[in-house]
Design a protein around this ligand. Structure first.
Ligand SMILES: [Zn+2]
Length: 243
């Protein structure tokens, strides 16, 4: 059931594709989710019902309100962690799309002092804001949470930790990635995972000494990358929807 018939059909198509792509590219597995801000009601957003992202179709997308609840009182079960999305959209008006995942290569960077930084040009966005922050759930949720963002309060704390950065790591859990479009957030989520994998390898090869992009290089590369996101998107989409 699409509870939001006035949503731009092109955005619905992108959001369904993003679910499939993120699964195909190994960013999400049975868990994780991607949402888009509603194009007509910017306080609202579109997110699948609680299900594996690799299986999402347009019929599974649910309109959520500002507080992260379904607009339709008869909606099926929602993701427990939907407050990640609602609180980020509330706090950060420029954000148009959000990915939350347990992106495997990223996890080590949330639990050690190694800072996730861009080691090549495509993940240059990692240098935006003040770099990649790490969200510590204990600061808000105390010492015995199950690590999930189960409440608006935890979602708001995560949004604060994110600030102006495009990515925040969640210690012992995963990460959250934001973008100005579904395509941009998908690109960023994929290259955050790729960067983490390659950075871990470089740290091993270089005995901990790695040459990262400077802020100036990262800024220039980010500008260039913005123009080529669609090229990667078309390939990822064709592969993901094919299989
Ligand atoms: Zn999670």
């Amino acid at each position: 059931m699409i509870t939001t018939p006035d949503f731009d059909p092109a955005l619905i198509e992108d959001l369904v594709a993003a679910n499939r792509i993120l699964y195909h590219e190994g960013v999400v597995d049975g868990f994780g989710h991607v949402s888009a801000r509603h194009d007509k009601r910017p306080q609202h957003f579109l997110l699948a019902r609680s299900m594996a992202p690799g299986l999402v179709t347009a019929a599974d997308l649910i309109e959520h309100d500002r507080e992260g609840e379904a607009v339709d009182p008869h909606a099926p079960t929602l993701y427990v962690e939907r407050y990640i999305h609602s609180e980020i959209y509330k706090a950060l008006p420029a954000v148009q799309a959000v990915v939350h995942s347990h992106s495997p290569a990223v996890i080590p960077f949330g639990v050690t002092s190694a800072k996730l930084r861009p080691i090549f040009h495509l993940p240059s966005f990692l240098a935006l804001g003040n770099g990649v922050p790490v969200f510590e759930i204990r600061d808000t949720g105390g010492p015995a949470t199950d690590m999930l963002i189960r409440s608006p309060k935890l979602g708001a704390a995560l949004a604060r930790a994110l600030g102006s950065a495009p990515v925040a790591l969640m210690r012992g859990h995963g990460d959250v990635v934001v973008g100005r479009s579904v395509r941009e957030v998908t690109f960023r989520a994929i290259y955050t995972e790729v960067n983490a994998r390659l950075q871990a390898e470089a740290l091993r090869l270089g005995d901990g000494k790695v040459e990262f992009l400077t802020d100036e290089e990262a800024k220039a590369a980010t500008q260039t990358n913005a123009a080529v996101i669609n090229r990667a998107w078309e390939l990822w989409k064709a592969q993901a929807l094919d299989g």
